[in-house]
Design a binder for this molecule. Structure first.
Ligand SMILES: Cc1cc2nc3c(=O)[nH]c(=O)nc-3n(C[C@H](O)[C@H](O)[C@H](O)COP(=O)(O)OP(=O)(O)OC[C@H]3O[C@@H](n4cnc5c(N)ncnc54)[C@H](O)[C@@H]3O)c2cc1C
Length: 401
């Protein structure tokens, strides 16, 4: 079982096979797969707990409905881990509050039937055989709260959401790793062979393998090794509304394709968000919120789900909870996984561009497979090298959860 401590001098390790910088979902999942591969892993987390920064700010959703084969493969494999999580971590009965109520992408665009049918055909051709195309009438039949304006949708029943807190702590408990809280990486030591160690606020740990999984702070951490990563940091806000009988609790995660606004049920109420335009910013631990945002999202959602007007009429400030975190985005909205081509022993598990919960199991497994030599970076679709090779394709779907 993984050990989570605020270390005193006697507990602080002087060496480790792998040091992972960051104790969010990605650092923790990396530690789990590293342990399974027989590696002695130490995770450095500067905050008071695991999974308390971006991971805690997320909408906690997962989907396999992507249009690129590598994303479909990654998310399908990750969802299988979510579906069998207690078995995967070896703790019988461990519960991650899995809700597979589906993901519904719907539209009122008159061209919707053609474009969404084409998307479904593409997705089916790249291995997503259980995604469905729904006409406007089929949407209303399954989801009677959908407006008469809806023209078409895509739907996959095995998509859904879970508890990121339980997921993160499940990976930690199922590992054999050492998690050091309130321990900040302040330097990466290099020598002629590459990585030599990590400096922290508590002392140095000597190691030949370091994984950067520091969420929005990953760019700052990479600079400790002299590297510049192509990352953009964007604020994203999340709204939770309290219980209201008009919010259908059996609804899927529902995304309005033309705008990107989304909502899903959450303990009697709902969780929602919208990737409204934001200026790129610096990484922050306290991300500011904007109280104009909840009304903006609900108004947009009420266009295709009119019950939201009724809910808005009843809401008080006390039943609306607003929080914010930051997306760590790459130019093609895909993560950077695997080795640095410039610094021997330095690996990345970062830049998931808003999909780091859903990609965590399989993405972290890839990173560990590259550390152990089970997977070659040439076979890795998420290699840093794709930028050097000019293979970057900018996805049209990049801002949608
Ligand atoms: C509003 C919102 C909604 C989202 N919804 C979804 C969703 O529905 N589904 C999905 O898949 N993704 C979603 N995401 C994205 C998802 O939350 C992230 O991709 C994921 O949490 C990234 O995990 P992480 O471990 O890299 O980052 P984090 O959780 O930020 O963890 C990084 C950790 O590194 C630590 N750290 C940083 N620097 C150092 C240092 N020098 N030394 C030690 N520790 C350090 C930090 O304290 C932090 O705990 C959402 C994001 C936001 C903001």
């Amino acid at each position: 079982m993984g050990k989570i401590i605020v270390p005193d001098a006697s507990e602080f390790p002087r060496q480790a096979e792998v040091v992972i910088i960051g104790g969010g979902i990605l650092g923790t999942a990396t530690a789990f797969y590293a342990s399974r591969a027989g590696l002695e892993a130490v995770v450095l987390e500067m905050r008071d707990g695991l999974g308390t920064l971006t991971t805690a700010a997320s909408e906690e959703c997962f989907r396999a409905q992507f249009s690129e084969p590598e994303n479909v493969a990654m998310m399908k494999a990750s969802i299988e881990v979510f579906e069998n999580f207690s078995e995967a971590i070896g703790i019988p009965g461990y519960d991650i509050n899995l809700h597979q109520q589906g993901y519904l992408f719907y539209t009122d665009d008159p061209e919707g039937p053609q474009t969404l049918r084409a998307r479904v055909e593409l997705q089916q051709s790249i291995g997503l055989d259980d995604v469905e195309f729904l006409s406007g009438d089929e949407v209303r039949q399954r989801f009677p709260w959908a407006s008469p304006q809806v023209t078409a949708a895509t739907y996959r029943a095995r998509d859904g959401w879970l508890s990121t807190h339980e997921l993160t702590h499940g990976f930690a408990k199922g590992s054999e790793a050492l998690f050091l809280l309130r321990t900040k990486a302040t330097g990466i030591e290099l020598d002629s062979q590459g990585v030599k160690g990590v400096e922290t606020n508590r002392g140095s740990i000597s190691t030949r393998t370091v994984v950067i999984a520091a969420g929005p702070f990953s760019g700052q951490v990479a600079r400790l090794a002299g590297l510049e990563l192509p990352l953009t940091i964007l604020r994203r806000q999340k709204v939770i509304v309290g219980q209201d009988a008009a919010i259908p609790q059996d609804a899927p995660m529902t995304i309005c394709v033309p705008s990107g606004a989304y909502w899903r049920p959450e303990v009697g109420g709902a969780a929602m968000g919208w990737a409204t335009p934001e200026e790129p910013g610096e990484p922050l631990e306290k991300v500011p919120t904007d109280w104009a945002f909840p009304a903006l999202v609900m108004e947009e959602m009420s266009r295709l789900a009119p019950f939201w007007e009724e809910v808005m009429g009843r809401l008080t400030r006390d039943s609306v909870f607003l929080s914010a975190g930051q997306y760590t985005c790459t130019p093609d909205s895909k993560p950077i996984l695997g080795p640095s081509p410039d610094v021997e022993g330095l690996f990345f598990n970062l830049g998931y561009s808003g999909h780091g919960i859903m990609g965590a199991p399989e993405g972290s497994r890839y990173v560990v497979a590259m550390i152990t030599g089970q997977m070659a970076d040439q076979d890795n679709p998420f290699s840093w090298q794709r930028f050097a090779r000019g293979e970057v394709v900018i996805s049209g779907e990049k801002m949608v959860l």
